[in-house]
Design a protein around this ligand. Sequence first.
Ligand code: MRU
Length: 364
Amino acid sequence: MSENQSHHFDTQVAPLRWVGTSLQDGYIQMLDQRLLPQQEVYYDYRTADEIAASIKDMVIRGAPAIGIAAAYGVFFGVRDLIKVHDHTSLQEKELPALFEALAQTRPTAVNLFWALDKMKPLVFGRDLTQDSEAVLEEILTMAHQIMEEDRENNLTMGRHGAALMPDNARILTHCNTGGLATGGYGTALGVIRAVHAEGRLAHVWVDETRPYLQGARLTAWECMKDELPSTLITDNMAAYFMQQGKVDAVIVGADRISADGSAANKIGTYGLAVLCKHHNIPFYVAAPLSTIDLEIAEGRDIPIEQRSAREVTHVGDRALAPEGMQVAHPAFDVTPGELITAIVTEKGVVRAPYNDSVAALFED
Ligand code: MRU
């Protein structure tokens, strides 16, 4: 991977882009989200190992963006593997190991596994060593499609979600669900962008999102770039502003939604939903169908990533807590469907009872 500070995406914020026209030399560039907002640094990625490490280390994060990166990881992996292995060995050893390495990066966002599942039929049970250029072309096209469709879905979700918001809406959001977390535009932040485009956005309250600060570092950065009227608050201020009557709606994204309409999202989301219930404020979740996992019946069965203590005890290199203190760090929590006013998807808006309405999204 090599650093490249000269490339700045000139259109909308997006976490990655394909560079080059040749199948053999093409690569992707990713904005290193760990360095935002102080530095905008783009790195070049050419191998599956680099992609897996970038997901694990949070260079790229956000459920749909993780899936997109993994899809390109499959392309890079196959491109390298078919140069040196025969058909049988590929099918039995190298390809399963490639998918496993990408799947092992982060456990909660189901978009990762969804994207890998989309890539599997293109590689398993086929002789990739025959007509390998055509096969690679197909795999790369699928990776591009996953990214482009995600952006399209977000634009559609934006329209559906904006219709739920009042005029002069003051909307609170948590974590980063914008262009950085997706193929572009964003899920929950996409809805906020759509309300703004309609001239009906009064204000965005941006939760800082302790401990990893996706709100303060990333959502604030996107809001400023787009000149959205917005204010950064610490997570524990949300209740205060709700009590003051200054929040009309809360909208968040999701990392995995179970069949009963429960939504796993960044730690702190569940608390916001409880606050909304008390203050009679609508609580919305915006997520594409690729975030819905019908194989998980109930929210309590969604795997929750436990992240390192250091993200809680430190900000950058500065320690906040005494050394040796015991720390808990669940990176996500689960909001039960009963606290969710509606789920916004690219196929429309669904409400409780979620077992029926969520299943209906997958019917033609
Ligand atoms: O740990 P992260 O930064 O990957 O967590 C991201 C979130 O929780 C987002 O809210 C979620 O992925 C939805 S992004 C469109």
